[in-house]
Design a binder for this molecule. Structure first.
Ligand SMILES: Nc1ncnc2c1ncn2[C@@H]1O[C@H](COP(=O)(O)OP(=O)(O)O)[C@@H](O)[C@H]1O
Ligand SMILES: [Mg+2]
Length: 243
């Protein structure tokens, strides 16, 4: 109830998910993505957890809410399942990244188009197979004009579930190994957004990702299975090698 932070508790199924999310979000920040303040906190320090969630230990992931003002008043946000009038159960199959990009291009500006492509490329490189419609949102800071909300829910999911596909079609395909510059050109055409902005942003993001991943992978609080999975995964993503 209320409050200005969201806390995500450790998973009962997989070890180190909060550390994974914290690390991916910090890496995203270094790549230039708009990431809210975040922390890892010991679950033992969290008061008033609901009864019945069982014995918990380790770290939890905390993220500052972007849909609250300093005085606690709400700021309107709308996720892309809401934008497309899609029920949550259809969050993987009723729209594509190209459809999201089309809305951003029509409603917002070039800065947001770049930010969308930056996030799309970043999540593909880290092996996040769960960027469905509810993990993308618009925010209305002036209550009228839509912009892309800050980032949330960036997790490298491939260490846990060996998916070869992302959550939403890029444009024609969901396959990590078909995420090519040609697919991005197709996305730009379908979304009616400038191809040059899309390709330039993608190339820049790939370069920044490699630079910061090499520097930070052993400094971030990552489990070794995540580092190994990402190192293996990036070789399978076509745009990763052409910089
Ligand atoms: N920093 C934030 N500020 C405001 N709303 C957020 C923030 N982070 C997440 N949310 C909202 O909470 C929902 C659940 O958070 P998310 O990180 O996606 O968790 P999950 O892993 O359970 O999907 C999101 O779909 C979004 O609507
Ligand atoms: Mg989510």
């Amino acid at each position: 109830m209320g409050g200005s932070w969201i806390v995500k508790l450790p998973s009962a199924r997989f070890a180190g998910v909060p550390e994974n999310e914290y690390s991916m979000m910090e890496l995203a920040r270094r790549v230039g993505i708009d990431v809210p303040s975040i922390h890892l906190i010991d679950v033992k320090e969290i008061e008033n957890l609901p009864a019945g969630i069982g014995e918990m230990q380790g770290q939890a992931f905390a993220i500052k809410r972007f849909d609250r003002l300093k005085d606690g008043n709400p700021v309107h946000i709308e996720d892309f399942a809401q934008v497309f009038d899609v029920y949550p159960k259809d969050k993987y199959n009723k729209a594509s990244a190209a459809n999201i990009a089309h809305v951003i291009g029509a409603e917002s500006d070039e800065k947001d188009i770049s930010e969308f492509i930056r996030r799309l490329v970043f999540n593909t490189l880290i092996g996040n197979a769960d960027m469905h419609l509810k993990n993308w949102s618009l925010i209305y800071p002036d209550k009228r004009n839509a912009t892309l909300s800050p980032a949330y829910d960036f997790v490298s999911t491939i260490p846990y579930l060996k998916e070869d596909k992302v959550a939403l079609n890029f444009s024609r395909t969901k396959r990590f190994d078909e995420f090519t510059f040609d697919e991005l050109k197709h996305l730009a055409a379908k979304a009616l957004i400038p191809e040059k902005v899309v390709l330039d942003t993608a190339i820049e993001t790939v370069a920044l990702f490699h630079e910061h991943w090499q520097k930070e992978k052993t400094n971030l609080p990552l489990y070794s299975n995540v580092i190994e999975a990402i190192d293996k995964h990036i070789n399978k993503v076509p745009i990763s090698s052409k910089t």
